[in-house]
Write a protein that binds this ligand. Structure first.
Ligand code: NAP
Length: 248
């Protein structure tokens, strides 16, 4: 019996980066991984193949999770195929970085629509099922930017801080039904999202462990929060995986 045997896990934005590592880790632990993506179908299929080649189970499902109808369609496919959802990882996210005075309303809105509204839409759709099951784990990927701010990321920081408030409120709403809701706040992790930073040396000064993190190091925290009994008694919390950047 593996740690997450027979669990069904939806990971949004799992074609690349942190989401990809989470989907693979949950599948290694025995979960059926639903690999959501927006446009990278070849990459998403490669994640599925990597999981199935290793003896696991996974499917790729395209959906723009900032759109309510697409979120509902995604969850309907999962229910038709697997009859349940045990784990939701709200990971899909984008950046549209620029300083406040140059920030266009459409770039503000695009980041809020996916990074915050997308978390709401997926959580609402999946929690209907989890409430009937009287069990579930919801894990939201936020960011140190939502805790400490970051110049050029007012849209992103606002969305990620919103995710933290959302996590705590929903954790209180769903606790009595056996559903836990937690957030993971990565620092700087090596993915496509951080590949074009023009000042990596400046950032390293603020990371006590002196290096960027790897997607697998975030996936390890998500595995912990999905597991029984390790995380059964934990809800409404934010866990930093940031090399020591934020010390509360
Ligand atoms: P990434 O490498 O850019 O990957 C983003 C993923 O999100 C891709 O799988 C992408 O799918 C998907 N996606 C984009 N728009 C979507 C949409 N509308 N609907 C569904 N999926 C969508 O990003 P990452 O670095 O792994 O970041 C993952 C999460 O961690 C994000 O929430 C990010 O804010 C957070 N985070 C990252 C860091 C970091 O340093 N990397 C730090 C803190 C927090 P396609 O491939 O189809 O585009």
């Amino acid at each position: 019996m593996t740690l997450l045997q027979n669990k069904v896990a939806i990971v949004t934005g799992a074609s690349r980066g942190i989401g990809r590592a989470i989907a693979i880790e949950l599948a290694i632990q025995g979960a059926i991984a639903v690999v959501n993506y927006a446009s990278s179908s070849t990459a998403a299929q490669a994640v599925v193949t990597e999981i199935t080649d290793a003896g696991g189970e996974a499917i790729a499902i395209q959906a723009d999770v900032s759109k309510g109808d697409q979120v509902d369609a995604l969850v309907n496919v999962v229910i038709e195929k697997f009859r349940r959802v045990d784990i939701l990882v709200n990971n899909a996210g984008i950046t549209r970085d620029t300083l406040l005075l140059r920030l266009k309303p459409e770039d503000w809105q695009a980041v809020i629509d996916l990074n915050l509204t997308g978390v709401f839409l997926c959580t609402r759709a999946v929690s209907k099922i989890m409430l009937k099951q009287r069990s579930g784990r919801i894990i939201n990927i936020t960011s140190v930017a939502g805790q400490m701010g970051n110049p050029g990321q007012s849209n992103y920081s606002a969305a990620k801080a919103g995710v933290i408030g959302f996590t705590k409120s929903v954790a209180k709403e769903l606790a009595s039904r056996g559903i836990t809701v937690n957030a993971v706040a990565p620092g700087f992790i090596t993915t496509d999202m951080t590949s074009d930073l023009n000042n990596p040396e400046d950032i390293l000064k603020y990371i006590p462990l002196g290096r960027f993190g790897q997607p697998e190091e975030v996936a390890g925290m998500v595995r912990f929060l999905a597991a029984d009994p390790a995380a059964t008694y934990i809800t409404g919390q934010v866990f930093n995986v940031d090399g020591g950047m934020v010390m509360a």
